[in-house]
Write a protein that binds this ligand. Structure first.
Ligand SMILES: CC(C)(COP(=O)(O)OP(=O)(O)OC[C@H]1O[C@@H](n2cnc3c(N)ncnc32)[C@H](O)[C@@H]1OP(=O)(O)O)[C@@H](O)C(=O)NCCC(=O)NCCS
Length: 185
């Protein structure tokens, strides 16, 4: 493996031609959902606002998408601005070399640069240990009302992971239910 090149790209500044290789990476990483990423479609639900990508020469080998959005803490607020992170993927040929951890550290750096208070990820229980190992914290007993990739409303009790960016985690609202009024990234 040559030295990796990292980039941070806004969605409207990414060339059309970049999406095919990103979709191919996502299909490799999310092998059970590869059909979502056909025809150069490099997103599953919401399109990222910006993407953090590592490339080995020209080939993407790690990717994360970020959308800034407000979550509503229910029932009484406050709203909280987060960098909603998804499409976290490392090429299977590069797993367990610390690349995913490096990716998530870059995501936090980006959020700090953007002055976004917190990083936010909903993940499956199986990958919670990865986020924990990367320094993310699970919010215990939290449910998230969200719109899934099929545009259906869902109350999600999968692990909700957060990371301090522009603010300390002690500033995270104490609520047990959050509404994310937008599609999963
Ligand atoms: C999750 C993923 C990004 C991890 O990438 P990676 O580069 O292998 O991660 P790292 O090497 O930095 O892993 C650091 C530690 O996290 C944990 N970890 C890594 N992958 C894990 C996984 N899939 N499940 C649970 N824990 C995991 C391990 O403790 C690992 O340490 P180890 O390698 O010494 O065992 C990668 O497995 C992937 O792309 N999976 C498919 C897509 C996916 O599930 N994304 C997350 C969706 S929310």
């Amino acid at each position: 493996m040559t030295e990796l090149t990292w980039s941070v790209s806004w969605e409207t500044e990414l060339a059309d031609a970049a999406h095919g290789p990103l979709a191919a990476l996502l299909a490799r990483a999310y092998a059970g959902h590869a059909a979502r990423f056909t025809d150069g479609r490099s997103w599953a639900g919401a399109r990222p606002e910006l993407r953090v990508v590592a490339r080995d020469a020209a080939t993407p080998v790690a990717h994360a998408g970020i959308v800034r959005r407000f979550l509503r803490a229910l029932p009484a607020g406050p709203d909280v601005l987060v960098g909603d992170v998804g499409l976290v993927a490392v090429d299977p040929e590069h797993h367990h070399r610390g690349l995913g951890t490096a990716l998530m550290a870059r995501v936090v750096d980006v959020l700090v640069d953007l002055d976004v208070p917190f990083g936010f990820v909903s993940c499956g229980p199986d990958v919670e240990p990865f986020y924990r190992a990367a320094g993310w914290t699970r919010l215990p007993g939290v449910a998230v009302h969200l719109i899934d990739t099929h545009h259906r409303l869902r109350a999600d009790t999968d692990p909700t992971m957060v990371h301090a960016a522009g603010r300390p985690l002690s500033a995270w609202p104490a609520a047990q239910v959050f509404a994310r009024d937008g599609q999963l990234v």
